[in-house]
Write a protein that binds this ligand. Structure first.
Ligand code: ATP
Length: 319
């Protein structure tokens, strides 16, 4: 193996740059040529490749986003897309590929691996929705961003005696809402994995008001319901005005936290080492503070379970 390639795909996540840097530098250290593929599978299909050097990844460890850019590529998913991509890689003399992205990107990685391109997956998504790994790259930075935003909203919430519903990302995974809710002391956390009871939420709002509480923050995961409708219903049913704050894409940006830099750096290095040792078709993960790897299709199939202990703790703390 002499020439490896790396791409970032799907939604961008803070720490992707740290992973790219690690892949490039560890690869070069082991005598490999490293090619960067711009804009994920879209750039792969267009042959948008760039030679990576040690200096091309200098000063990026602390930067959010991805210097290789990312994309969602419907064309890659069409009939013949993966075959065309595999041909392009072979024509360019690329022996293997490292894909940094979420579960969709991993499905593409698995197809390429089956087509004879040894491929490794590195989990880069803020959603933390891959059950085979405790954490994905970008998750901790995203919850820190939510924590900061909630801190500011709480100031205005207290000043006006107003309740806020804060919609956060995560698709069908409630981890961003739950973890950010715990670290910012949210009064309620509403996640797709657990049914919510509007009457119960209203009771907690009313009880809080009766105790003289002048702020109330509800973290609502985007995968639960329409946030506008939820906020309106909450105001009507509790009798107290609620405002909606949508944090949106701010959650994707920013300089990665110490944890994400460390995780991305270790995972990028591990991906290169796996290829050097002849392993492919696997995804790198972390379990109990130890890196591990699992077959990509098995990894995609591991259901992401909400940490119920943490959920129950969030409820106890907010009572
Ligand atoms: P995030 O979790 O941040 O959204 P993701 O990797 O899950 O990241 P997707 O948009 O689902 O993001 O997937 C990224 C790209 O991977 C798609 O645009 C497509 O090119 C490819 N992809 C997704 N699903 C498949 C699939 N079933 N088969 C082949 N390729 C796929």
């Amino acid at each position: 193996m002499k020439r490896i390639a790396v791409l970032t795909s799907g939604g961008d996540a803070p720490g992707m740059n740290a992973a790219i840097r690690s892949v490039v530098r560890v690869g070069i250290y082991h005598g490999l040529e490293v090619i960067g593929i711009r804009r994920g599978y879209e750039g792969l299909l267009e042959g948008d490749f760039v030679e990576m050097t040690r200096s091309s990844v200098s000063d990026i460890l602390q930067r959010g986003g991805t210097i290789l850019q990312t994309a969602r590529s419907p064309e890659f998913q069409e009939n013949g897309g993966p075959e065309k991509a595999a041909r392009i890689l072979q024509d360019r003399g690329i022996d293997s590929l490292i894909v940094i992205g979420g579960d969709g990107s991993f499905k593409g990685a698995k197809l390429l691996n089956d087509l004879g391109i040894p491929t490794i997956g590195v989990p880069g998504t803020i959603d933390n929705d891959l059950g085979y790994t405790d954490y994905t790259i970008g998750f901790y930075t995203a919850i820190e961003t939510v924590m900061e935003a909630v801190g500011k909203l709480r100031d205005t919430s207290s000043s006006h005696g107003r309740m806020f519903v804060v919609e956060v990302m995560g698709r069908n995974c409630g981890d961003i809402a739950l973890y950010a809710g715990v670290i910012s002391g949210a009064e309620n956390v509403i996640v797709p994995e657990v049914d919510y009871d509007m009457a119960e939420i209203c009771r907690s709002v009313i009880q809080g008001q009766e105790r003289g509480k002048n702020h109330h923050i509800i973290l609502l995961s985007e995968g639960v319901t329409d946030a506008n409708a939820f906020t309106k219903e909450l105001s009507e049913c509790s009798g107290y005005p609620a405002r909606l704050a949508v944090i949106g894409h701010l959650q994707r940006g920013g300089s990665p936290t110490a944890f994400d830099r460390l995780l991305a750096t270790q995972m990028g290095a591990k991906a290169v080492e796996l290829l050097i040792h002849g392993k492919s078709g696997v995804a790198v993960g972390i379990r109990g503070n130890k890196l591990h790897c699992m077959e990509i299709d098995e990894a995609i199939g591991v259901r992401d379970r909400l940490n119920m202990n943490l959920y129950e703790l969030a409820e106890i703390l907010a009572k």
